[in-house]
Design a protein around this ligand. Structure first.
Ligand code: 48N
Length: 320
């Protein structure tokens, strides 16, 4: 019986890890007249001759794992951690990364897909409403909208969220760790015994969801001098940090989100975004759970501008 490798004409195993930088174009031998400046039309001009460049599965694995674990190593000490990549967390990250390209910013997002509640406008409808003056944020990130007088409408919430996400992910000083949950907070005590938040405790979300039916699965950690928590209002994952601050007796109790009042809610949450305990700024709907603020329902102006204010609160701490 001939060995499996002789049965399938596969490329010879590669012993040493390949260089992670892209191979020089003249090292890449492919069919047809491909070059690294080929247009899509040229590449797809002759399906008879068409073929992809050769690869070995281990190269794919090494390309992914080498980068992921290098990122984990690099961001193990971050300057800022943002918990929750919803509209508020992403807006805060955008403003921070743009203002301070020297800061290392890690975003920890429990879902595989970041974006939180901002993929749809409300009740699974697609259009997103933002009250003026938050249209200034849409112009800042280049999202088109229809002007309706006191408010503007983005034709699909996903256009806002995907544009903001794309801008955030392009910053070289930002790393998104999605499908990853913050399971606890790292704390430090000062000489007077006061607690300061000093980082986060993380696990892959699928692990976090199975602590009750698997033996002990210890977490990972990220140290950072300041955290922005924007984990949304209460729900299966929501309001994580503020609930944890109550259980570790750093907050006496939660105010609990109140009924819907758009005009009251958006001003209160935006202007109320702040460092609620040393080392932790809370914004977006998570803040409504602390302050007992009203909810605003399907309007997103406060999420964007609370993110802007959260970034300012962090910069103030760094500038102190
Ligand atoms: O979109 P959300 O839930 O939160 P915000 O504050 O960014 O935006 C809130 C907004 O979508 C509304 O709720 C609108 C305005 N409606 C208001 C109303 O009155 O109904 O994003 C929070 C993100 C989500 O992606 C979660 O998956 C994530 O935070 N998250 C976590 N990520 C990591 N670790 C955790 N422990 C965690 N908890 C939540």
């Amino acid at each position: 019986m001939s060995p499996p490798s002789a049965m399938f004409a596969e490329p010879a195993p590669v012993s040493a890890p390949l260089p992670t930088k892209a191979p020089l174009k003249d090292q890449v031998k492919v069919a047809g007249n491909y070059s690294s400046t080929s247009t899509l039309a040229e590449v797809t001009s002759d399906w008879e001759k068409f073929t992809f460049n050769p690869i070995r599965e281990s190269q794919v694995s090494r390309a992914m794992t080498s980068r992921y674990f290098k990122d984990l190593d690099n961001y193990a000490e971050s300057d800022v951690v943002v918990i929750g990549a919803g509209s508020c967390g992403l807006s805060a990250t955008y403003m921070l990364a743009k203002a301070r390209p020297d800061l290392k910013i890690a975003i920890i997002e429990a879902n595989v897909s970041p974006g939180g509640g901002a993929w749809l406008g409300g009740q699974l409808f697609s259009a997103m409403v933002m009250r003026k003056p938050a249209d200034a944020f849409l112009r800042e990130i280049g999202v088109p909208y229809e002007d309706e007088g006191n408010f503007v409408v983005v034709k699909h919430a996903a256009l806002f969220t995907s544009t903001l996400l794309s801008k955030v992910l392009q910053f070289p000083n930002v790393k998104l760790f999605n499908a990853t949950s913050v399971e606890d907070l790292i704390t430090r005590k000062d000489a007077q015994g006061n607690i300061r938040i000093a980082g986060v405790v993380t696990n892959w979300t699928l692990v976090t969801m199975h602590h009750d039916d698997q033996s002990c699965m210890d977490p990972n950690t990220i140290n950072a001098p300041i955290i922005i928590s924007t984990t949304g209002h209460d729900g299966p994952f929501g309001a994580f940090s503020v609930k944890r601050l109550v259980s570790m007796q750093q907050l006496e109790k939660l105010g609990g989100m109140r009924g819907l009042d758009m005009n009251v809610a958006e001003d209160a949450i935006t202007k109320g975004t702040r460092e609620i305990v040393p080392g932790m700024v809370v914004g977006g709907m998570e803040l409504s759970e602390v302050d007992g603020a009203n909810r605003m329902g399907p309007t997103f102006a406060a999420m964007a501008l609370s993110g802007c204010k959260a970034a300012e609160e962090v910069l103030r701490v760094f500038d102190e």
